[in-house]
Design a protein around this ligand. Structure first.
Ligand SMILES: [Zn+2]
Length: 385
């Protein structure tokens, strides 16, 4: 993740002004204490005394006299064990009234997560708004300065708030084009009340005219890059308008072939450094699903597939539903097999969470990218919830 994310706006971090130096009481020599303290008998104390980096993230310790908590590896002067307490989580240390040490920044990782959550919350705000809210309004909702908010938003999503709003509206148009009987209907559904405005914008948003898109538009330029994640190799591809494929597998070369098969008429272009940031973002989401993935997506499929995929995106992380339930949700209760087919045809692993669909008896059933990966994803998300 970008270094930008580690930056924390002052307004939200008043505790940062807490003292970091150990208070003088701590250095005062204790009277010859014949008995070991409970802290000293705790095996974690030896790790703290040794500033053992390998146990960072498994526990935290606080010092009663300074009111701060640290990672085990904190380089500060060793505290008097009688003032030390251990905590299993950052939340537990903070709940006990301790504030993060400025030196070892024990809550830095959680700052990243918090920033990502803020951005995800604003993404939802943008989606729900009739018209794209002005930047100042979004920044205020995030509790940040406009400059900082804009920078943070871009660092997390890869696009500006305005680009995001445009892409989301385009998403709506795309979905409606798959569903509605006419282009005009789709246009009204998406909130465009003047057709002139729609046609002026549509080419830009869809990368093609509405009728071309309905015809299954091809000849688009698609950029892609392959990276690695805990589930194996990962390929992320994007058209000009959004992420159009996320493929996971063992062999990077097979992933590229798979991409060619899915977009036989598109011009495939290997990604540059900039594009790899997008891959990093998708990988980050796979490793920490709680963050949520709010990227503009370029979803391509039949009207029926689009309905299934839209329903899949409504399944919250940490939960699963059955194929039959999805069939019911989209108003086609008899089409359970077709729903399974649409799940298998999904080109956007994780972003369209087909891994959250299981058999009616709770069995995992199949997964386009391997049953073990499905199990891993479900387990990971269950732990986040
Ligand atoms: Zn510290």
């Amino acid at each position: 993740m970008s270094t930008l994310l580690t930056e924390m706006p002052r307004a939200t971090a008043p505790q940062e002004t807490a003292p970091t130096e150990t208070a003088p009481t701590e250095t005062a020599p204790t009277e010859t204490a014949p008995t070991e303290t409970a802290t000293e008998r705790d095996p974690r104390w030896a790790c703290v005394a040794a500033r053992d980096r390998s146990v960072d993230g498994t526990f935290w310790y606080s010092v009663a006299t300074t009111g701060i908590y640290c990672r085990p590896s904190c380089p500060s002067r060793t505290a008097n064990p009688k003032n030390v307490r251990f905590h299993d989580s950052i939340a537990a240390a903070e709940a006990a009234g301790f504030v993060a040490c400025k030196r070892c920044k024990p809550n830095q990782a959680s700052t990243d997560v918090r920033n990502a959550r803020t951005v995800a919350r604003i993404c939802r705000l943008i989606e729900q708004a009739e018209d794209a809210p002005p930047l100042a309004e979004l920044a205020e909702a995030a509790g940040l300065s406009t400059t900082y908010f804009h920078r943070l938003f871009k660092a997390v999503t890869g696009v500006t708030p305005k680009d995001f709003a445009d892409a989301r509206r385009a998403d709506k148009v795309r979905q409606n084009l798959g569903r509605s009987s006419s282009v005009t209907e789709a246009m009204y559904d998406a909130g465009f009340n003047s057709s002139g405005r729609f046609y002026a914008k549509s080419g830009e948003m869809l990368g093609m005219t509405p009728s071309d898109y309905r015809a299954g538009g091809a000849h688009a330029a698609i950029r892609f890059a392959v990276g690695a994640c805990s589930l194996g190799s990962i390929l992320v591809a994007s058209s000009e308008k959004g992420v159009c494929a996320i493929l996971i597998g063992d062999d990077p070369e097979n992933l590229v072939h798979d991409l060619q098969d899915r977009f036989p008429r598109a011009q495939l272009i290997g990604g540059d450094g900039d594009f790899e940031k997008l891959v990093a973002q998708v990988v980050g989401f796979i490793e920490a699903p709680g963050i949520g993935l709010d990227l503009p997506l370029d979803v391509r499929g039949t009207a029926f597939q689009q309905r299934v995929w839209t329903a899949l995106r409504e399944i919250p992380a940490g939960t699963t539903v059955s194929y039959a339930e999805i069939a019911k949700t989209i108003g086609a209760p008899k089409s359970v097999r077709a729903v399974a087919g649409a799940c298998a045809a999904n080109a956007l692993a994780v972003a369209i969470p087909c891994h959250r669909v299981v058999r009616t008896d709770g069995g995992l059933s199949g997964y386009r990218w391997g049953i073990e990966r499905k199990r891993a994803l479900i387990e990971r998300e269950a732990n986040v919830g």
